[in-house]
Design a protein around this ligand. Sequence first.
Ligand SMILES: Nc1ncnc2c1ncn2[C@@H]1O[C@H](COP(=O)(O)OP(=O)(O)OP(=O)(O)O)[C@@H](O)[C@H]1O
Ligand SMILES: [Mg+2]
Length: 784
Amino acid sequence: MTATTRKGTGIMLRLKSLEITNIRSVEHVTLKVDPDGTTALYGPSGVGKSGILDALPWCLWGDTGSAGSAAALRREGSTEPAQATATVLIGSDEIVALRRITRSDSGVESASAKLWINGVKQSNVTPASLTRIITDLTGLTAKTFRGAFYMAQGQLTDLMTGTPAKVQETFEELTGLDDLTKRIQVLREQCKEAAVRAEALPGDPAEVTRTADDAKEAGRESDRLQQESNSAAAAAASARTIWDTANQRAKELQSAERAARDSREAVVGAEALAADAAQAVNAARLRLHDLGEASEGDPEVQGAATRTACAALEQALGELTRRGTELKAAAGQEGSARTAAEQARAAHDSVDPDALATAVTDGQAEVDAGRAAHQEAMRAAHVADAAVAQRDEAIATLSRAMDAAACPTCRQDVGDVAALVDEQNAILDQARKDAAAAHQKATTLDRALLDAETRLRKAHDALANVTSLARVAEHAEEAASAATRHADQAAATLAELVAAHQNAPAPTGREQIHSAALAVHEQLTEQLSTARGVTAAWITLTDTIARAAAASGRVEQARAAVVDAPSPTDVAAAESCEATTRVDLDTAQTGAADAAAQAQAARATAMQLDGIADDAATRWNLKREAAEQAEVTRIARDIGIALRRDLLAEYCATISAAATDILTRLGGEHVGFMIDETFVPQVVLPDGTTRATRQLSGGEKARAAVCAFIGFSRQLAGGGKPGMLFADEITASQDEAFRRDMLTMLRALEMPMIVVSHTADVLDIASRVIRLQRPPLGSTQLAA
Ligand SMILES: Nc1ncnc2c1ncn2[C@@H]1O[C@H](COP(=O)(O)OP(=O)(O)OP(=O)(O)O)[C@@H](O)[C@H]1O
Ligand SMILES: [Mg+2]
């Protein structure tokens, strides 16, 4: 509804300059426009004039017009950024808007925008925000701008000759009324749908009342039964209290009766235990008697004395055992020492020192003889080696003189050297054999010498060992004597111990001592066994006496705890009372349970009826709300219709008045222009009659159309000056007289405008002329 909100403000959008790069047929062009006068955009058909004009709404609003998309606006064949920069005056503000599309390597176009207002660059401007700002500043959308300020090629006569439906469509588009009309259409449909929906919904106020009454009645019945249930519950609670009391009383009496019986039984039990304990004391005394003990006296003292006697016997037995063991060990050691001494003495006696001395002397002589023989053999071997060396030398010398006539040594003539060499070789062989034999002999003698030396060493060792064997035998004999002394000592000690126990003179001789010790051991062991039996009997007697005393104590306690039993009559009366009140309680509880069940059932019924009533109310509410909604939609529709009627009347009046004003100023037969809700544009003749514009001549239609167009512009400008007009070839296909007539009319409008034309007539009314040219298949350029 921009047309209404803008009312009375005035627009005054005027172009100052437009720089275009890579749009339609333009590679790069900058147009300087006269913002206050008439700028002619002049050039032959196809030079690029309409393309230049199309760049302006794209730059300001992003509107791509008939191209359909920004990518289609891009100059064919170019991949560089395509952009337009428009400098416009809106009121007194100077706005510079730039819009650009950039193509990526993958062919995707991305848009960007910039904006300056009175020289100040605005931050964060996007293509969408630029469109929004321009719309806010001008109060125009791209559509209304194109409709009311762009007199496009061929559009004017359409308005004058179209069917009412077509004229209405154009009218509403130019005035912006189409939005409201569409909204009303939508509201009409919504209205119908809402009414149908409300009618179709279930819901009935009578049902609401009926179900609510039913629910209330059920609620009352439920309350009544609940009260009855409460009374029954109270009666049951009271019966419970009475029964509790009777039950308590009966239980107390039963418990007293049980306690009396238990206390009597406890006395009997304690007495039985005491009798058992007394019997056990007698048995313990009999046992002591059987053991030959007088059972009188303090058992604890007696027990302690017998325990001491046991300990003394155990100690004596231990001592005897220890001494006996000692004697046994000493006798064993004595035997071993004596055997070792005998063995050492036998080893010493088995060697003859004189024979060993002779062996040493003989061995020494043998070694000396062997050593001399070996030295002699070594010497013979050396002599043989020297003889071999000598023969070797002689043969070498003779070999060197093989060819000479004289012997190299004696310088005498030698008749047959070879024979001489052979002779020397024979000697050499013999010398070698002699040397080998000499070496063999020396080696044999060396081995014999070594054997003799070994034997001599052994003989020396054996002789030296004789002394040591004598010392060992002496030591072993001393140790054997010491062991014998020790064994005798142990036997004497054991004998004294035996004598002490037997109260007799000590036995002599190890055998006697040993058998006497065994007899004492047996005797002591028997005494210990008896003493232990007595000790156990005294302990048993002590324990049974203590148990008998405790049992007597418990008998006393039980007797003291005996309680009196209640009267059997009282007990029977209390039990009878409990049974009677129990029957009353059961009856009351059954009644209460029945009443509670009835109350619950009634409550369930009441809740069910509540639910039914709620459902009925909900259904009715939904139907009522739907009906209200339908009513609201209907009111909105009616308001819209009324508003549209008022606006339409106002717009028709404004447009008719403005167009009439222009027509009158132009003069001629047509003194007025009229358009109303029938959408049949008409001109008024001087006699007051009207004529539909479709009946006019071509030229008259064009005149009327320009006037109507100005009317639309004025209406959009709120009645004020609409700013700059853009007229694209509005005189095309017309004869010269008509064209001149139109140009005269445009001049008479006294509005800034850009007039596009490929005929030169336009130059007459232009305050500035922009000439365009385009070489074949080239881009649009400014002509000089
Ligand atoms: N995206 C484009 N890239 C290159 N050339 C284009 C593009 N779109 C249109 N054209 C060509 O640009 C030329 C100029 O077209 P335009 O409609 O601007 O001419 P004009 O000057 O208005 O002509 P007329 O006086 O006949 O109306 C035409 O030849 C058209 O085919
Ligand atoms: Mg054109």
